[in-house]
Design a protein around this ligand. Structure first.
Ligand SMILES: Nc1ncnc2c1ncn2[C@@H]1O[C@H](COP(=O)(O)OP(=O)(O)OP(=O)(O)O)[C@@H](O)[C@H]1O
Length: 810
């Protein structure tokens, strides 16, 4: 892979302390980070204690990096990658959690203190005790109640994650998302309030009680790892690259600063995309400035805007989500993605009435994809683990191999469909992604509404969906069951499709007041009408059929019975209007099996109809005349309309070529000319009007009259000079073997000379006639191209040539 210029500049940047790389999803942030290791290792790692660290937030991403590089990197880079992933004192690639855990173990060993990570249950029990104890000191406080214990546990974890060690800091900190007390927050967390004072005391008491009982939380463990790093001066890194830095907590960021060994040639690079910040305890992802962790990034940031991972169609649809979220767009570090010219199928969205419906769709679609993709190219993504677990076991029943990606030892290569949660797919990519169960209550997850205010929480969940959508290299499927997530409505339906290889967009209802062809509707309140109106709109907007070709309730005689096709699209063929597409619609979600049979029976009795479509707005089936299934319907073509142009053949005797000449029936100056052989249109910008002066017998006039009633418009190229060009109507049949028939128009150039073989207008006995000119010695043969007529031989001086035929308009 060749890096683009911006990427290469970042990789090869001379280290000068801290810097930030902002980039959109798929812009190569991880790619650049890995190449940068190689560069730093080669050029800026010359001192004995120089070490490089690449730290990722999530374990699956770490393993994905290893997998990608083991698989793809060649030549020198293979050696480099081997260097990184085999024990090597100079380069380390790890997750922030395992790194901090190592420091925590050192802390334990040094302090001889052994604490166990508390289970959720233990944590809750101790929290309840702590609430009881502290509540006595705040008799007026409503917040310190057992019913708020999970909110309080979350808030305490947040204080610990943010490395807030004194009450004053907590009293004054911006509590983004919570301060307003919106959504499920039990109480406003106003600055300098008694509520905050109570929570801070609770945090200290809880931490203390937990440790007393020999337990610790993950957040406290991180605090102790940080303490250890501050204490010890060993194992520091000259270069640190932090991938997904927007997800890290304040403690984790402080820890990395602490293990950064500042030197003349050292560097710490924060790689971030705030649009993908999906953790509520993250620090920078919430829009906090880098100065809050001790770095001034003015003039130190670089931007990557091009999304290389997904197609333009997928990126555009995913961006719809971001565009409607002011929280995300207004974030200081927001980067608007720019698109690369890689096109593919727009994302497919399906709605199902039941989970079984979704499952059988998944099975059917995966089976149909297997011609082009292997199982390992496909990943099914769910908001929650339980959702993918149930799909995983169901797929097994259908004989489809699948496995839930294990974050610790993921096997990306195994020939099975992967299943993963939205949180763990961050940083990964697959050729085909299915985002399932995008349902109300699941995303945004209403069980988690308890803590942050609604807008903040929605933004976080919206980003989660954005992360999922931007994982697909080629094909993205999205589906909902029963009630779609409100985020689905935020996607622009124009950017979605209902099926692969089909232009039809997902169902959207139309209000009765906007129904079309109302005079043809039997019952506007009928349940299937809204489906028919959607299909009608699709036929007009997506397939471009004009409304005048569409009709409702088209009568069909089936033996003694009369039936009515719900919708028909007709076209004109040779001036005759014939039915072209039959459509049968069913009410929303009613199924299409019966309607398919009905449609086939209608098509059977109307042999002219070519295509059929049947839909209940959820399922769609297109049929051909023989009843075979088609991917899509044909789009409208201009020739389907009644003829508005007179089409004629023009034989240009100047160059021997034939053209299709089409003049508008109402405006004969509006002409279209195309090459009759290859159909290519001929430039008609320069054209002239020539008079139609009468029939051939009248000959070519000697003087030009101004008042010719009829004129013919022809391209300038076809004639020699406008003032000497006339059109005559052929009256006789003397030239039929030359392809010139009665009624044709010939274009004549006025001249009194002719060459052998020219078709001329000659005056014989004071009457004009059209003949072929042949000079024979002193005489001239005027030949009819019709064996019924004898050639006329005349003395050369007696022959009066009036003009030469330069073209024939049939
Ligand atoms: N210059 C390039 N040319 C072609 N492909 C590229 C280029 N840069 C990156 N890619 C490809 O784009 C995809 C995304 O790259 P990468 O994972 O590094 O992006 P990212 O910014 O870390 O993405 P995300 O933040 O969404 O996880 C990868 O498949 C990578 O190989």
């Amino acid at each position: 892979m060749k890096l683009n210029m911006e990427q290469r500049r970042i990789v090869e940047l001379e280290p000068s302390g801290h810097m930030m790389i902002k980039g959109v999803a798929g812009s190569g942030k991880t790619t650049v980070s890995i190449r940068r290791i190689s560069f730093l290792h080669r050029h800026y790692c010359h001192e004995a204690d120089d070490k490089i660290l690449l730290v990722t937030y999530n374990k699956t991403l770490l393993n994905f990096i290893k997998y990608q590089y083991d698989k793809f990197v060649e030549g020198e880079e293979v050696q480099q990658s081997e260097l990184w992933f085999t024990p090597n004192p100079e380069v380390e690639i790890t997750t922030i959690d395992s790194l901090m855990y190592r420091y925590y173990i050192n802390y334990q060993n040094r302090t001889k203190q052994s604490l166990q990570v508390a289970s959720g249950h233990v944590e809750n029990q101790i929290m309840l005790k702590a609430i009881q104890l502290v509540a006595n000191q705040y008799p007026g406080s409503k917040i310190l109640s057992p019913k708020n214990s999970s909110f309080l546990r979350d808030e305490v974890a947040w204080i610990n994650a943010c490395h807030i060690t004194d009450a004053e800091t907590y009293q004054n900190i911006d509590r983004i998302g919570r301060a307003t007390g919106g959504g499920g927050t039990p109480q406003k967390l106003l600055k300098n309030s008694e509520v905050r004072a109570a929570i801070f005391d609770l945090m200290e008491t809880f931490n203390h009680m937990l440790m007393q009982e020999g337990f610790i939380t993950f957040k406290q463990m991180n605090l102790l790892a940080l303490q250890e790093a501050q204490q010890m001066n060993y194992g520091k890194y000259t270069h640190i690259i932090i991938d997904e830095s927007q997800d890290l907590t304040k403690v984790q960021l402080d820890f990395l600063t602490c293990i950064y060994h500042e030197k003349k040639h050292s560097s710490i690079m924060f790689v971030a995309d705030n649009t993908q910040s999906i953790y509520s305890q993250s620090w920078l992802g919430k829009g906090r400035p880098y100065t809050s962790i001790g770095y001034d990034m003015s003039g130190k940031s670089r931007i990557l805007t091009k999304n290389y991972r997904t197609t333009t169609e997928i990126s555009t649809a995913a961006y719809d989500l971001i565009e409607c979220d002011a929280n995300i767009r207004n974030n200081v570090d927001f980067v608007k993605p720019s698109l690369i010219d890689r096109h593919g199928h727009p994302p497919i969205y399906r709605f199902f009435m039941t989970s079984d419906g979704q499952l059988s769709y998944l099975v059917g679609e995966i089976n149909s994809l297997l011609n082009d993709y292997s199982y390992s190219d496909i990943c099914i993504v769910g908001r929650e683990k339980r959702l993918i677990e149930s799909v995983c076991s169901a797929l097994a029943e259908y004989g489809l191999p699948s496995e839930i990606l294990n974050a610790s030892v993921p096997d990306f290569e195994s020939d099975s469909i992967k299943l993963v949660t939205m949180h763990s797919i961050k940083g990964l990519e697959f050729k085909v992604i299915f985002l399932i169960d995008l349902n109300e209550g699941i995303i945004p997850n209403d069980r988690l509404y308890d803590f942050d205010d609604e807008d903040t929480f929605d933004s976080e969940e919206r980003k989660l969906l954005y992360v999922g959508m931007t994982r697909a290299n080629e094909l993205l499927y999205m589906s909902s069951v029963r009630k779609p997530s409100k985020f689905i409505k935020e996607l622009n339906v124009e950017n979605l499709r209902i099926k692969r290889d089909c232009k039809l967009k997902p169902f959207q209802s139309t209000g009765i007041q906007n129904y079309q062809l109302v005079d043809q509707i039997m019952d506007v309140n009928a349940k299937e009408e809204v489906v028919r109106q959607w299909l009608l709109k699709e036929l007009q907007q997506t397939y471009k059929y004009p409304l005048e070709l569409i009709q409702f309730e088209y009568p069909v005689q089936q033996f003694s019975r009369k039936g009515y096709v719900d919708l028909v699209v007709s076209i004109y063929v040779n001036g005759e209007k014939i039915p072209y597409i039959f459509a049968e619609v069913k009410q929303f979600g009613a199924g299409i099996e019966d309607a398919s049979l009905q449609l086939k029976s209608y098509m059977d009795v109307v042999p002219k109809v070519r295509y059929g479509i049947v839909t209940d707005a959820l399922e769609v089936k297109c049929l051909d005349r023989e009843g075979g299934t088609l991917n899509d319907l044909p789009p409208f073509q201009p020739q389907f309309l009644p003829e508005t142009r007179g089409r004629r053949l023009y034989w240009n005797l100047k160059n021997g070529k034939k053209y299709v000449y089409a003049a508008d029936l109402e405006d004969n100056e509006d002409i279209e000319v195309s090459d009759a052989e290859n159909g290519l249109y001929v430039d008609c910008d320069s054209k002239v009007m020539i008079p139609v002066v009468g029939n051939v017998a009248a000959g070519v006039p000697i003087t030009v009259h101004e008042q010719y009633v009829r004129e013919l418009c022809v391209p300038l190229d076809w004639i020699y000079a406008k003032q000497d060009t006339f059109a005559l109507i052929v009256t006789g049949d003397s030239m039929i073997n030359a392809g010139i028939d009665k009624g044709d128009q010939v274009i004549v150039h006025r001249q009194n000379t002719a060459s052998n073989g020219d078709i001329v207008i000659a005056i014989i006995d004071q009457e004009a006639t059209m003949k072929k000119f042949m000079l024979m010695g002193d005489s001239v043969l005027l030949i009819s191209e019709n064996s019924s007529y004898e050639p006329i031989q005349m003395k050369r001086e007696d022959v009066l040539i009036n003009g030469k035929v330069i073209g024939v308009l049939k």
